[in-house]
Design a protein around this ligand. Structure first.
Ligand SMILES: O=C[C@H](O)[C@H](O)[C@H](O)COP(=O)(O)O
Length: 224
């Protein structure tokens, strides 16, 4: 909890007045959003694009001015969490179901800052099942197609019902084992009919801010 707070708050140091920022989703991004709310109250002028309905509500409650992605050309900075981060800054995201909007916002952003606690750092992605957003119409067929790529896929449930994303789709959580070629797998997945988006974020991250149990915070820069 404390590690998540430290990293979330640290990321807000990169925000300057007049920026348009993306706000991620999840329990680590939560602390960044809360901190941005405090900064806005003391004079920081920014507008934000939220990556989920949950984040939109949280940000609005914190007094942050929200804009639609359609209203902006690009975003200056986005702060978001991740479920796993490998040594090359490839990510698995979507544990909270927000991967589609998160990936769109990440792609529209100049600088993507990922905030995680130390438990998210891995050598290879894949211990965390990869979330893949699929259409309701095709999910059984698309599941079979995805499994042919070498995984077992489970339809995500919430309170004994099928989990439904903000975009009215389903999520398949896919166990691929160790993912040796994240960018390649991401491409293959998105070529399958019925796949809306997958949770691999390859080559998008500029900074990873890691919070440690002992209170340390490290800022890691992507090698360019
Ligand atoms: O869909 C959710 C997002 O990708 C989250 O950023 C990710 O699941 C990490 O969330 P948390 O910080 O709660 O572990």
């Amino acid at each position: 909890m404390e590690a998540k707070r430290l990293t979330g708050e640290k990321a807000t140091e990169y925000i300057k007045s007049d920026m348009i920022i993306g706000l991620g989703t999840g329990s680590t991004a939560y602390y960044a959003i809360k901190k941005v709310g405090e900064l806005v109250k003391t004079g920081l002028k920014i507008k934000a694009v939220p990556t989920s309905k949950e984040t939109a509500q949280l940000a609005a409650e914190a007094g942050i001015e929200l804009v639609e992605l359609a209203e902006v050309d690009k975003l200056d900075l986005t702060i978001d969490g991740a479920d796993e981060v490998d040594q090359n800054f490839n990510l698995i995201k979507g544990g909270g179901g927000a991967l589609l909007r998160e990936k769109i916002v990440a792609s529209a952003t100049e600088k993507l800052i990922i905030v995680v606690d130390e438990s998210k750092l891995v050598d290879y992605l894949g211990d965390f099942d990869l979330p893949v957003e699929v259409t309701k119409f095709s999910w059984q067929y698309t599941k079979r197609m995805i499994e042919k790529l070498g995984c077992t896929a489970k339809l995500r449930q919430a309170n004994q019902n099928k989990y439904i994303t903000d975009n009215d789709n389903y999520i398949l959580d896919c166990d691929f084992g160790k993912i040796k070629d994240p960018a390649g797998l991401a491409l293959k997945l998105n070529q399958l009919p019925g796949v809306v988006e997958n949770g691999i974020f390859a080559g998008m991250t500029d900074l990873v801010i890691v919070g440690y149990k002992n209170g340390q915070v490290k800022v890691l820069k992507a090698q360019s």
